[in-house]
Design a binder for this molecule. Structure first.
Ligand SMILES: *Cc1c(COP(=O)(O)O)cnc(C)c1O
Length: 486
């Protein structure tokens, strides 16, 4: 590890000095002039032979990359390669090739990673990975599309109607459906339209923090609604709600505790008990399951909640549904129409890419999330054995071990899924995270575990390749241009 870390630190320091001395991008032409005033140095000869940026950019491979990725991205890679040559790490005649190798796959700063954490829906890794069908749909929708146009008549049409129809067809018990930016937006829209200046009745056991310091009670209050808290942390009855309901009540809110569990001496009123209280019942189910999942019996789903009498169900699209980030609203037709016509709806509306991904998620083959949830533990173990065997043959200190995966903050708290993992020495964790194809594992009892449940089987070879590249003596992690600052 030290061997890997040391040159990187040095590189960063040199990079700063270089930038200061040459004042950024426009200066590449001054470089040789600058070099000549330095005192003679044995490395000067090598330095003089490092090709200048303008020459390098005339290399057909690099000029093609400029057309594909933009000049800024390519120049950053070129500068990094020149810097490596100045430090003696790369011979001057290999600078162009090194710059090419340092180029990122796309001009975007987000880098694809392999999720080997064993957490199926990892918020820091963008929650649900999209299916191939959804990725394809996003690609198709990226240009001009008929998102709001009826091509048959030439008239304006309801935005995203085919995605909305697909959602409605999956949950026929809903009177109508709508889609907004995320689960929080769905709640904000409901609270603003139904309860601004009025009260939302909610159990003290359901005052949830969803992550990164964001708390649902704060979100609801920000709409101008007041919270009427009922019951206690561990026990709330239907009578508690009934006592609190009055002329000021906008709705009763049921929130699914999707990232924690209260166990022991507990009681909660369910939607069926609250449906008869004469006020709308909004059920925030969080996870986005549209129908019951046999493997997750405790996880609420939209259809069951609507049949039990919920007026409106809100959920996220990028949790157990396995789709893009979005917020689903399903329920009473008049109420949904009110929400879609509220001025705030325009501020929360979804992009065409989201609509495309959502529709393909709903109509396409099983999502990666669904496949990961139902993966056969024996199959996972066989994959781990095979990977460990080939990596051990390459001299890597690796073992196949049993493991436990979880669903993550996206749902099913307390559920563990039997899994299988590669166990590597702890220093691999950092080397893999910063590898060319970053792999994010987890640390457990002093070992770096790469859990296979959230890794699609077709990525096994990429995973093996990443482990080989992170092995001591393989030159260590090589980050693409600019990755350190991202
Ligand atoms: C995740 C979650 C939210 C927030 O949804 P986002 O899509 O992250 O905005 C709200 N409520 C519950 C119960 C959740 O699980």
């Amino acid at each position: 590890m030290e061997q890997r870390a040391a040159p990187r630190t040095a590189g960063a320091a040199n990079g700063r000095a270089d930038t200061a001395g040459t004042a950024g991008e426009a200066v590449t032409h001054d470089r040789n002039a600058g070099d000549t005033v330095r005192p003679p140095d044995p490395t000067d000869d090598v330095r003089r032979r490092i090709p200048r940026t303008d020459l390098l950019l005339r290399d057909p491979r690099l000029s093609e990359a400029v057309r594909r990725l933009g000049a800024g991205v390519v120049k950053a890679a070129v500068r990094q390669a020149q810097e490596q040559a100045r430090r003696g790490g790369v011979p001057p005649e290999r600078v162009a090739q090194t710059a090419l190798a340092l180029l990122p796959g796309t001009a975007g700063g987000l880098r694809p990673v392999l999720n080997a954490t064993g957490v199926l829906l990892h918020t820091n890794l963008g929650r649900a990975p999209l299916s191939a069908a959804a990725r394809q749909a996003v690609q198709e929708a990226a240009g001009p599309t008929d998102v709001e146009l009826d091509l048959a008549t030439g008239a304006r049409a309801r935005r995203g109607r085919s995605a909305l129809t697909a959602l409605h067809e999956r949950v026929p018990s809903a009177g109508a459906v709508h889609v907004v930016n995320n689960g929080a937006a769905a709640l904000v829209l409901a609270a603003t339209a139904l309860a601004a200046g009025r009260e939302i009745v909610v159990s003290r056991g359901e005052m949830v923090e969803i992550g990164d310091g964001f708390r649902l009670p704060d979100l609801l209050v920000s709409t101008g609604a007041r919270l009427r808290e009922v019951g206690t942390t561990n026990r709330t009855t239907a009578a508690d709600y009934a006592d609190a309901i009055g002329p000021d009540t906008g709705f009763v809110l049921k929130v699914h505790p999707s990232n924690f569990r209260i166990t022991g001496f507990t009681r909660a009123a369910d939607v069926a008990e609250l449906a008869g209280l004469g006020v709308p019942v909004v059920a925030d189910i969080g996870s986005g399951l549209l129908a019951p999942h046999p493997g997750l019996p405790e996880e609420p789903d939209a259809d069951t909640q609507l049949r039990a009498g919920a007026t409106l169900v809100t959920a996220s699209g990028d949790k157990l549904l396995g789709g893009p980030q979005c917020g689903l609203l399903l329920g009473d037709a008049d109420l949904v129409r009110t929400l879609t016509r509220h001025p705030l709806a325009r501020a929360l509306r979804v992009d065409k890419l989201t609509l495309a991904a959502l529709e393909a998620t709903l109509t396409g083959p099983p999502t990666p999330t669904a496949l990961a949830l139902t993966a056969d533990p024996a199959r996972l173990a066989a994959r781990a054995d095979r990977l460990a065997e080939t990596l051990a043959a390459d001299g890597i200190d690796v073992l196949a071990v049993g493991s436990h995966a979880t669903v993550g903050g996206g749902g099913a708290p307390g559920v563990t899924l039997p899994s299988a993992a590669l166990s590597l020495p702890e220093p691999y964790a950092e080397a893999l995270r910063t590898a060319r194809v970053p792999v994010v594992g987890r640390l457990e009892t002093g070992r770096c575990l790469l859990d296979l449940r959230a890794v699609p089987e077709e990525d096994d070879e990429r995973l093996a390749e990443a482990v080989r590249s992170a092995a001591p003596g393989h030159g260590g992690p090589s980050a693409p241009a600019g990755a350190e600052g991202r």
